[in-house]
Every structure is written in structure tokens, then in C-alpha cells.
Write a protein that binds this ligand. Structure first.
Ligand code: SI3
Length: 288
């Protein structure tokens, strides 16, 4: 499961319905143009926490139908409703997804025993593999090395999507679990994460910056740190502009300029103003 993954966006129409044509085009764009190794389906970038269980299923079904065996797939089924996670986990396993991921349960202050039970329940009930999705800046859930170790002791829990800037923790986790998969979750810190030995990366911006991310991976493998640093600078120029302009909306508008019907974001996310749309189009002209 190693490699570079786009965290897949979900194209919506103006009424918040899934645009199947756009979703299929986006899957193909990531395979054929961005040359990604994998897709992370149903994550934050997919606006997953704003859609119904049925819509989540629809996304999972369309993506695997379009991707077939052309790219690796990870299905994010995490939810603070554990019953929904299990239902989705079983659904995607039946569809043929070979690996699940689940965000740490958030909003309520779940204790570690509850978090552990959440992951163990999903892997037990689905029989599938699991990558823990740790993103403390959004969930408020911080885990230490020992707690990651307790989860990773389960052979079906095969890794962590590490979306945090705590590189001391990343280094400690890498050293403690050399045989588990660690994916970098912050695109703007791809190079430092690679230098600490991550097995891959999963990111929203790779839907449009995947080729630059690939260059960074290749330059690090070739031990050309200066070259990799220059590419990370370029990547971060783009990421900074994306974050300033509205991340997912801007990526979607950039994709539209490439003929991918990436559509709208879902409420409560608002569409871009005309001014911001123009900025997104300029970014596409400059970088795509
Ligand atoms: O679940 C997902 O969609 C992700 O993989 C999230 C990924 O970690 C992204 N985080 C969020 C909150 O979108 C990053 O790729 C992030 O967008 C990027 O590093 C810019 O900050």
C-alpha cells in the first residue's frame, strides 16, 4: 500500500448531489495525468463528514467501478457513529477495497479505551486492514507512541496516516514501528516527512500538484536534497495560494479548467466569489 495518494475530492452539483461524471473524470485524472499510486477515498478532502451514509456508499461504489485495478484504493470509513463505520467498512470490503482507514473518533472526548475499541471493532467486524487516520489539529485527538503501539499491535492495523507537524513524534513512531506503514498527511511538509522515512503520502493538493510531489519523492530517493527542497518551495507556493483562496473550492476550480467536472463544494462550504474564482483560474494557468 506504499506510495503517493491523492485524497480524493467529491464533485457535487449546485444542489449538493454527487456528480458521477465528475467523480469518474477525477479518478481518471489522478490515474492518467497525476500518475498517483493510490486514492484515499472518503476523507476530509472528500467532504465526507458532511454527507449521508448512502452518499458515502455511492462515492465508494463509483470510485472502485472507475478505478478497477488501475490504482490502489484506501476507503476512509471513520465516523463518530461506530455503527456507521462498521456498515461502511463491510460495504467497501464487499466492493473489493483492500484497505480501510478511519479517523480517530472526534467531538466527544473519547478516552483511549474507547478509541481502541473503535478500531478493533471495525477490523474485527470487517476482516479488512486498517490505516489509522490521525489528524489532531481537526479532531483534538492526540495519541502518544505507546498508544499508537497498542493499536498497531493488532496485525490488521497496518499503519498510520500522520497528519501532524510534530516531527519528534513522527520520528519516534517511525523508529518504534519500522514494519508498519506511515503516510505523511501534510503536503506542505512532504520533504521533511520523507526525510524521516515515511512510506508514502496522502494529500488533497496532489489532485493538482501530484507531479511535483512525485518529483520530491524521486529527488529524495536520489538523495538530491537541494533539488527536493526547491520543489517543496514550489509546492508550498501553490499550497499557500490554495489555502489563502479556499482549499477544496480552489482545487476544484483548477480541475475544471482541465476539463474535469470537479463541481462545487457542499454546504456549509460556500462557493468561491467571482474574484476568488479568477484567482483559481490564474493558478491553474500558472501551474497546470
Ligand atoms: O482525509 C483527507 O482527505 C486527507 O488526506 C487530508 C490531508 O491530510 C489534507 N488535510 C486536510 C484537512 O485537507 C492535506 O492534504 C491538506 O489539505 C494539505 O496538506 C494542505 O494543508
Amino acid at each position: 500500500m506504499k506510495g503517493l495518494y491523492s485524497a480524493l475530492l467529491t464533485p457535487f452539483d449546485k444542489n449538493g448531489n454527487i456528480d458521477e461524471r465528475g467523480l469518474r473524470e477525477l479518478v481518471r485524472y489522478n490515474i492518467d495525468v497525476m500518475k498517483m499510486d493510490g486514492l484515499y477515498v472518503g476523507g476530509s478532502t472528500g467532504e465526507n463528514f458532511m454527507i449521508s451514509t448512502d452518499m458515502k456508499k455511492e462515492v465508494f461504489r463509483i470510485v472502485i467501478d472507475e478505478a478497477k485495478d488501475d490504482i490502489k484504493l484506501i476507503a476512509q470509513v471513520g465516523s463518530i457513529n461506530l455503527y456507521e463505520s462498521v456498515e461502511l467498512g463491510k460495504y467497501v470490503t464487499d466492493l473489493g477495497y483492500k484497505c480501510l482507514s478511519a479517523v480517530t473518533p472526534f467531538y466527544y472526548k473519547f478516552n483511549f479505551a474507547e478509541i481502541k475499541n473503535y478500531y478493533e471493532t471495525i477490523v474485527r467486524e470487517t476482516g479488512n486492514k486498517m490505516v489509522i487516520y490521525s489528524i489532531p489539529f481537526l479532531t483534538g485527538v492526540n495519541m502518544n507512541v505507546a498508544q499508537f503501539g497498542e493499536l498497531l499491535a493488532n496485525p490488521n492495523i497496518i499503519g498510520i496516516k500522520f497528519t501532524a507537524g510534530d516531527f519528534y513524534l513522527l520520528e519516534r513512531v517511525r523508529k518504534a514501528f519500522p514494519d508498519k506503514l506511515i503516510f505523511a498527511g501534510f503536503d506542505e511538509m512532504l520533504l521533511p516527512a520523507l526525510s524521516l522515512g515515511v512510506d508514502g503520502a496522502i494529500g488533497s493538493t496532489y489532485n493538482v500538484t501530484g507531479k511535483i510531489a512525485r518529483e520530491i519523492v524521486d529527488l529524495v530517493a536520489a538523495k538530491d536534497l537541494e533539488g527536493a527542497f526547491k520543489k517543496q518551495n514550489l509546492l508550498n507556493d501553490i499550497i499557500e495560494a490554495l489555502l489563502n483562496n479556499g482549499l477544496y473550492q480552489t482545487i476544484k476550480t483548477m480541475l475544471e479548467t482541465q476539463g474535469v467536472h470537479a463541481g462545487e463544494c457542499r454546504l456549509p462550504m460556500l462557493p468561491l466569489s467571482e474574484e476568488k474564482k479568477a484567482i483559481a483560474v490564474e493558478l491553474a494557468k500558472k501551474y497546470l
